[in-house]
Unconditional design. Structure first.
Length: 221
């Protein structure tokens, strides 16, 4: 099962549920541009430099080593108005720490410049829970993907297909984002992977209370 405390030491090839929210529970995404900028930073770190036409200045200021794409597999994600969730597999021991530092620093710089503010944007350091069982590995992907149901405009399982700030469309065959490593999860499904994953997500939604105590991060309770 996933541990519920912040992990300070990370293991090679470990899979982690990573999450954080805005300081004082404030929104960290205020408009569509904010979501898109955050996703662009994700893409920049998770794709080879040769595939990128232009690298954001905020990222250039953080150094020229873009080998993170070789050492971080982003399995799934969701961005919500005041928090985010990732499921990440790191290949090297220090990749997750470096990835999250660069990603959040770049976004905070963008956000503070845009909204003319100073100070921290996130509620302390991100939390990372090591996933210790395969069953939680799959269930966490469902848990992450159903987060938008709490938003009034995406309140049904069918609406999740159209939520633009989640990897769920990749998992049901509606989108194919090159920097999402969905095979790590979909390979657990033997046939009709997209359809089966959608049905399993729907089933999880109906029974989510059963898993909520074990899967809900302390940070977001």
């Amino acid at each position: 099962m996933p541990a519920k405390n912040t992990i300070r030491e990370f293991i090679k090839d470990g899979i982690y549920h990573v999450y954080n929210r805005g300081v004082e529970k404030r929104d960290i995404f205020l408009d569509e541009q904010d979501y898109k900028i955050f996703l662009y930073y994700l893409k920049t770190y998770l794709t080879p430099p040769s595939d990128q036409k232009k690298i954001p200045l905020n990222i250039l200021r953080l150094g020229s080593d873009f080998d993170l794409y070789k050492n971080i597999n982003l399995l799934c994600y969701v961005l919500m108005p005041n928090h985010f969730h990732f499921l990440i597999k790191q290949i090297s021991e220090d990749a997750l720490t470096e990835f999250m530092k660069r990603l959040t620093n770049a976004y905070v710089k963008y956000f503070n410049d845009k909204y003319q503010r100073v100070g921290p944007l996130f509620q302390g350091r991100y939390k990372a829970a090591l996933v210790l069982k395969d069953e939680y590995f799959m269930h966490l992907s469902f848990y992450i993907h159903i987060n938008p149901i709490e938003l009034s405009e995406y309140s049904s399982i069918k609406d999740l297909e159209n939520y633009p700030y989640s990897s769920y469309p990749d998992y049901i065959g509606k989108r194919n984002t090159s920097w999402i490593s969905k095979d790590d999860i979909l390979n657990y499904i033997k046939k009709d992977k997209f359809t089966t994953y959608q049905k399993l997500t729907e089933k999880f939604t109906l029974n989510s209370e059963k898993y909520k105590k074990e899967l809900t991060p302390v940070l977001l309770e």
